[in-house]
Design a protein around this ligand. Sequence first.
Ligand SMILES: O=C(O)C1=C[C@@H](OP(=O)(O)O)[C@@H](O)[C@H](O)C1
Ligand SMILES: C=C(OP(=O)(O)O)C(=O)O
Length: 402
Amino acid sequence: MQRACAAALLRKGITIIHNPGHSNDDQAAIGVVTALGAIAEKQADGTLRVTSNGVQPVKDEVNCGESGLGIRMFTPIISLADRTITINGTGSLTTRPMDFFDTVLPQLSVDIQSNKGRLPLIIKGPLKPAPITVDGSLSSQFLTGLLMSYAAAGASDVALTVTDLKSKPYIDLTLKVMEDFGWKVENRNYGSFYFPANASAPKSGELEYTVEGDWSGAAFLLVAGAIAGDITVRGLDVFSTQADRAVLQALMSSGAKISVQTDKIEIGPARLKAFHFNATECPDLFPPLVALAAYCEGKTVIEGAQRLTHKESNRALTLREEFGKLGVQIDLQDDLMIIHGGKVLNGATTYSHHDHRIAMACAVAGLKASSAVTIEAADAINKSYPDFYAHLQQLGATVSLQ
Ligand SMILES: O=C(O)C1=C[C@@H](OP(=O)(O)O)[C@@H](O)[C@H](O)C1
Ligand SMILES: C=C(OP(=O)(O)O)C(=O)O
């Protein structure tokens, strides 16, 4: 949804976005494109109609809410404008690292002033695409922004080189959205991205785009099904490029009873056993998979724990702390997270640390705990999945919101 908003801003014309999200991150993206000159109107049929003539800011300050993707994708896009703009955010975003931009944007003719690598950022473009090398090891989100801004700036016969890229499927998703909107970029084995000479700009006029169902949110429902099902989840594209589709592999390795069809996934409990999974490329799966592993007999090992340090919370530590309250031992050894599963979970009062995925993981873990699980700062879910508790209730869970 956030990528679709950015692409609809960059493309000149009208874009009708079907199945638009309404989470806080989605609303922040709509706010950003509006500040950058697009008109975004919710239609009676539920679609979002975006009318844009490219990046033409109508404000001097843009707020990305709490979205890491939002700020890292939109900063290079905002840099396309020939105007000084302050970029800000809220909550955990104010402490997440943005120093990538301090080193990269000046190489693209953009002036930047940051608060020692944190927000706010004050930038002045216009960005000029150049054949530079960037570090992809902290986050793929910066590259998503550069790819979109290079394309919109008409990059021609230029390669953007990336070292040690992580979260690669998120770049596949970016390239897929760009292709759907009419921009061509050649992915050279995730080491460089080539913008061909004389590539045609996207066609103007009206374009219809449908936002896929979100595998990252759905992963919690699927795990809920494996722990306490049987349930059916619809609305997911089983051929999606989304990183978190990989939750299916982990569920299968755990022995969950699962049937994957093109229009629905049916999932229910079975004897769950510990599994091994590498989440380096899909770090958002850690929280739901920890909830799953808590119910799996034996020691589950998940690789990629170091990817979690700079998320909405330091997620390896927050998972260990909050699942500890439920009686689940988690060990952290370098890049490995080891979850000792299979014992009955006890009820307890947990704390989301204002991290949406920690709140959802605790809620799912509570489904078969010996007594109620309370989640403090439970409204964190609004960042990505405001209907999450309603969906759990719809599936039969008792959820009371205070
Ligand atoms: O591009 C995206 O939409 C995202 C990329 C991932 O971040 P990193 O690339 O920082 O791992 C993911 O964890 C984040 O929730 C969303
Ligand atoms: C949506 C998420 O993150 P970000 O703020 O990095 O976009 C997430 O980590 O689940």
